[in-house]
Design a protein around this ligand. Structure first.
Ligand code: ASP
Length: 422
């Protein structure tokens, strides 16, 4: 007789989905038995622990990935022109994707669909941390125009690393360290290269261990969400609208922005490009990991689109870590959504910080399923939104992750075609 497979063998997304349904059921049961306090005391803390784990890994992850990434650009000397062009294109693409996201999120305003009464209860819950952050934001506004430079350059790296809201300073330090390492003779930095290679492997393992606890975290967060919203369905319609906004944003990037760019700046026809990329997108869609999809992307780009192996083997692996257009577009919408539900009106300087943070932090996002939770928790903190707000969207993240991963890999292929244009 066949033994039933244990829960652990189910794919993670199925476990997360099951966790979400279980969480909703726990929440509804608690509401009907007036056990909300029990959920707050005994269930919600597990969700909060999951979010704390995400926050815990953010600084080491960004630091190690960036240093490793910059040191890895030793190729930039060999491919000096290729490297500069590739990075510039990646930065432009991410910025465009974030701008699409910010525009959509602030026009559709999905977070405003939440019943105002429920939203204000939630705001009271988060009041202390919101007011703390709003004061900090107000202070930012009263600073001089060049003050932001001081926000980027840390006076003390230990102090910067001790605070998730000063992650930009950690990014600055990591890049400076990497660039300095590149300027030292390669023989002398060999042990450091090895060290960061090993650290990167370890940190990635930690990230996947943390993400493997997502089903428990999602169950707890969903249960708490249902009790926090007292079963009010407006939250679910707001979430539906949020998901729809993200999907529309991602489709615009994939089927409007990329084809236009391919048409204008490469030798490939947009139709041929999309046809060649279709299996790659499907693979990315099912695995939700641009890192795992890399070999498939490489093959399609070289064999079907005729990009030289030399170009593809530089541009694509760098793209897996640096270029995440789908992720960036999604993050911008997610941040706006959480802010809208929590009644936080983001000012222009804060929106610009979202733009800058999302662009920079997408570089540190690992190309694995749910890789952007970690980064999102941190970006939220740095723009003055309580990271607990992540609980609002994490339950329905998986399908969005699938789509944004497909966009991420497509973006890498677009840049490969553009850079290869002779
Ligand atoms: N799953 C995405 C990727 O691998 C990263 C993310 O947005 O979570 O590209």
């Amino acid at each position: 007789m066949k033994r039933p497979r244990s829960l652990k063998h189910l794919p993670l997304y199925v476990q997360i989905l099951a966790g979400m349904i279980l969480g909703v059921l726990i929440g509804i049961t608690a509401l009907s038995l007036h056990g909300e306090q029990l959920v707050t005391d005994w269930v919600k803390p597990w969700g909060n622990l999951f979010i704390r784990l995400l926050q815990l890994i953010a600084v080491p992850l960004i630091f190690v990935t960036l240093v490793k990434g910059v040191i890895g650009l030793k190729d930039i000397r060999r491919f000096s022109q290729l490297g500069g062009r590739t990075l510039l294109l990646y930065l432009i693409f991410i910025t465009v994707a974030v701008i699409f996201g910010l525009t959509l999120g602030s026009t559709v305003r999905p977070g405003k669909l939440v019943n105002p009464e429920i939203a204000s209860t939630l705001q009271v819950k988060y009041e202390s941390s919101i007011s703390e952050k709003t004061t900090a934001a107000a202070q930012v506004q009263s600073n001089g125009p060049l003050h932001f430079l001081q926000e980027i350059v840390p006076a003390n790296i230990v102090e910067a690393a001790a605070n998730n809201s000063t992650i930009l300073q950690v990014i600055f330090f990591a890049v400076l360290l990497g660039v300095a390492a590149l300027l030292v003779p390669p023989r002398q930095i060999r042990p450091v290269v090895w060290l960061f290679d090993s650290l990167d492997a370890i940190i990635m393992k930690m990230v996947s261990l943390i993400i493997s606890t997502a089903p428990i975290g999602v169950t707890a967060l969903m249960a708490a969400l249902v009790t926090d919203f007292r079963g009010d369905l407006s939250m679910f319609s707001a979430l539906g609208m949020y998901a729809l906004t993200v999907i529309v944003g991602l489709l615009i990037v994939m089927y409007l922005f990329y084809p236009i760019v391919i048409h204008c700046f490469s030798h490939t026809k947009a139709k041929d490009f999309l046809r060649a990329l279709y299996p790659v997108q499907l693979f990315a869609f099912t695995t939700s990991s641009s890192a795992v999809t890399l070999p498939v992307t490489l093959e399609a780009v070289t064999k079907k689109l005729g990009v030289s192996h030399e170009t593809a083997s530089f541009v694509l692996p760098v793209g897996v870590t640096v270029n995440m257009d789908g992720t960036s577009c999604y993050q911008a919408i997610a941040i706006l959504f959480i802010a809208q539900v929590l009644g936080i009106d983001l000012t222009l300087p804060q929106l610009l910080t979202v733009l800058l943070m999302t662009v920079l932090s997408s570089i540190g996002t690992p190309g694995i399923p749910g890789g952007s939770y970690v980064i999102l928790a941190m970006v939220l903190t740095s723009v003055g939104i309580p990271p607990e707000g992540l609980a609002l969207i994490i339950g329905i993240d998986r399908p969005l992750d699938m789509l944004r991963t497909a966009v991420n890999v497509t973006g890498d292929a677009v840049v490969a075609c553009m850079v290869d244009k002779k």
